[in-house]
Ligand binder design. Sequence first.
Ligand SMILES: [Zn+2]
Length: 326
Amino acid sequence: MSPAGAGAAPDWVVLLLSPWVLALLGLCIGSFLNVVVHRLPTIYMRGWWAFDVADFALGDKRSWRSAFGSAAEPPAELAAAAGAIHRQLEASPPLSLMRPRSRCPHCGHQLRAVENIPVASWLALRGRCSACRARIGLRYPLVEAGTALLFAASAAVHGASWQTVVTCTAIALLVAMALIDLDYTLLPDSLTIPLVVLGLVAAAAGVSVVPWKDAAIGALAGYGALWALGVLWAVLFRKANAMAEGDMKMLAGLGALLGWQALPGILLVAAGIGSVVGIAMIVFRGHKRETPIPFGPYLALAGAAALLLRGRFVEFAEGMLPLLGG
Ligand SMILES: [Zn+2]
């Protein structure tokens, strides 16, 4: 494979990276993303209990003594709580992205291979578990179909090039981030950091849509822009910084992938969609204004659009600049 425009790719690469083949791959990756979205937060939360809470309770005598005096001992309750957490963790069945095989969340029925075919199985079973008839959310086939559509669009836009590979990888990460943030207001480092690395490595290898300098500045500017917005918000409204670090890393990733020039457009589009949805939630769903609304899903939407229509995003931001008084 070669960077776009630098010569024709071999036939088998053209076939492999054609929209139809990538749509099929997108269905399978979408199916895997459903598992990731379901399990990664659990794995993450278990890690939090194991390392942040239990180990802190067990091991941090030093900070206890520096706070309460050199002879002070942490209370026995702390150690007891840590022990209880560790016992609970040991009693929980092991969980990874690959194992165990997918089960019905209602009855524990282990899905057979034929019940695990993206979209088709859901349609054939009419959205119900074959064992207990409990409803299986419409979200599962939608994520699979949506990923397939975005993969096919990437192939259509970028052709048989490394950019298609980079774009599809980024889109898979964005889909997982959007859904986990929607469910848990959480953007795990294990998804945001790979997005940054993907953008920087692709640019350094010369297979990105942007030169490495624009990617590096984009990563820093993406992180910095949201950090600065958060600080501004905190100062203006005398509140805690509303921007989570996960959002900053996510925008850093988009900056690394698409260059700093694409950031204003991404932010404007994300904020635009976010405002419309946020107002609709407050008006129609009685959403409390104080409850944080995750920003990740909107960043993911705008980011995915920018991965496919980067030129439009750059033009859009340039068109908006005079309106903002530039
Ligand atoms: Zn079931």
